[in-house]
Design a protein around this ligand. Sequence first.
Ligand code: ATP
Ligand code: MG
Length: 348
Amino acid sequence: MKISEVMNCSFSSWYSQFKDFTIKSQIIPLPQVFLDYLHADQLVLPESSVQLSAVDEDGDDNRNSENVINWATEEIIMPEAESPSFPEFELLLKTTITRMGGVVFPKLNWSCPKDASWISFDRTLKCTCPSDVYLLLKSSDFISHDLTQPFKYCDDDENLKDETQVKYELVLRKWVEMNPAYEFRCFIKDNKLLGISQRHNDMFYKFIPENRKEIEADVKAFFYHIVKDNFPDKNYCFDIYRRNQGKLLLLDFNPFGEVTDSLLYSWDELSGDSLPEDGPEASLLRCVESPVGVQSNPYAAYAVPKDLIDIAHGDDPTKLMQLLKLKVAQQQGEVSDSSDDEEFSVNT
Ligand SMILES: Nc1ncnc2c1ncn2[C@@H]1O[C@H](COP(=O)(O)OP(=O)(O)OP(=O)(O)O)[C@@H](O)[C@H]1O
Ligand SMILES: [Mg+2]
């Protein structure tokens, strides 16, 4: 896999070419100040997003005072972390979210923060305001990967793997409710459709094996008519959503290689000379054929946030305090009518 192949899958590289076949999206270049914020090892929202948190129950403004926290038996003095500020960028996010219908799905050049959905109220990546976006991006290892080692698996010269040359972007996509049974990943090698896998391979969807032929026909037609001659590489993967028979929506492009989840295939068989199913009557589509074939959820490891594991090991108590304060601030801001009853509970 080459750096150029990873770059061709960066959202802005393909969006304009495939605009008519994918979800409406807005690309927002990331200003340096926001990139610095994402890189920083602190979970602090911009002041504009947490104004409510600065006023305690007595109405006192605590913004400039030191917080004294009784942590178990010890008192920890935690100075207020400095809030970042990027008002122009924030305004752009707000107007874009409104323009997208009020609910968006966020991602950077390649990845969305799918490992961070635990942090939101409804455990989805739905964002309705800038602080939703900040919190998800700041909490995700996939986002860190995009920012720090997007070319990790490339076999180019190490000196060329320079992420500082990447023009980082935030992509806000109109939120679309999806049925996971209708999502598929397609593997393209030497400009041929090598295989199709159901996207959520930890589930059995009766619908898929029952509609195998129709699904294959639709994906083939979509690939040969729409994607094949318009994507610049010969090896790549793309994800599609088949809303209905004959109605397909392109979701994303991914590099052909280890950085991309091969789902019900393995990279060894995809990269090798032939697949076991090769042959005139062979099926292109792999799916879970019965309820006993389900695999473990690939993101189960993310169900317990790594930050909380750090805390459990006693490594970094300030991290948890920052997170708790953020959640409380968000809840105070967003659940105005039941703020007395709301609790943030942590299972350790
Ligand atoms: N606009 C959207 N609205 C709602 N859900 C979405 C939207 N776009 C994508 N999703 C869901 O999020 C999942 C991940 O999206 P996407 O492929 O863009 O992220 P990714 O980080 O590139 O994931 P992957 O690592 O699987 O390539 C999709 O499979 C789909 O279920
Ligand atoms: Mg992707």
